[in-house]
Design a protein around this ligand. Structure first.
Ligand SMILES: [Zn+2]
Length: 159
């Protein structure tokens, strides 16, 4: 097959006083995502989409949260590593389309910087990285600001 599609999903808890990193951007907010790495839910979903497209397993397989190497690391480093794994298998990343779901803070002003960070880490053009955001209309755990969710799809092409 010359092209393949991949899908990724991730969720992290939000906790008071934690840093909140999304797409490599540190957001000024009273709470932030909790996790082993920098808990960048957006980049994690994109990593899983990339790994999934090439049938390479998932992010937990390649970067287990029991491995001290990944503690507090920027998830953009993991993204670069995922694209390297893709390259080893003879695939190149085409484009990425991602969706964030959270109530606050407002994401729109940060989207250009997020696209820039992700494009650089993944070795693609900014034009090939789409990031969108929505709220959960105050419903459920996302609506209560207990967590943040991200979905991503990507296309990969045979080199
Ligand atoms: Zn994650």
């Amino acid at each position: 097959m010359k092209i393949k599609v991949g899908f990724g999903f991730d969720v992290h808890q939000l906790k008071e006083g934690h840093p909140f990193v999304l797409g490599g951007v540190q957001l000024a907010h009273h709470s932030g995502a909790f996790g082993h790495s920098d808990a960048d839910v957006l980049v994690h979903a994109i990593c899983d989409a990339i790994l999934g497209a090439a049938n390479l397993g998932d992010i937990g397989h390649h970067f287990p949260n029991t491995d001290e190497r990944w503690r507090g690391i920027s998830s953009l480093v993991l993204l670069t590593e995922c694209v390297r794994l893709l390259d080893e298998e003879g695939w190149a990343l085409g484009n990425v389309d991602a969706m964030l779901c959270l109530e606050a803070p407002k994401i729109k002003p940060h989207i250009p910087a997020m696209k820039q960070h992700i494009a650089e880490a993944a070795g693609v053009s900014v034009a090939d990285v789409s990031i969108k955001a929505t709220t959960n209309e105050t419903m459920g755990f996302v609506g209560r600001q207990e967590g943040v969710v991200a979905y991503a799809v990507c296309l990969i092409e045979r080199k």
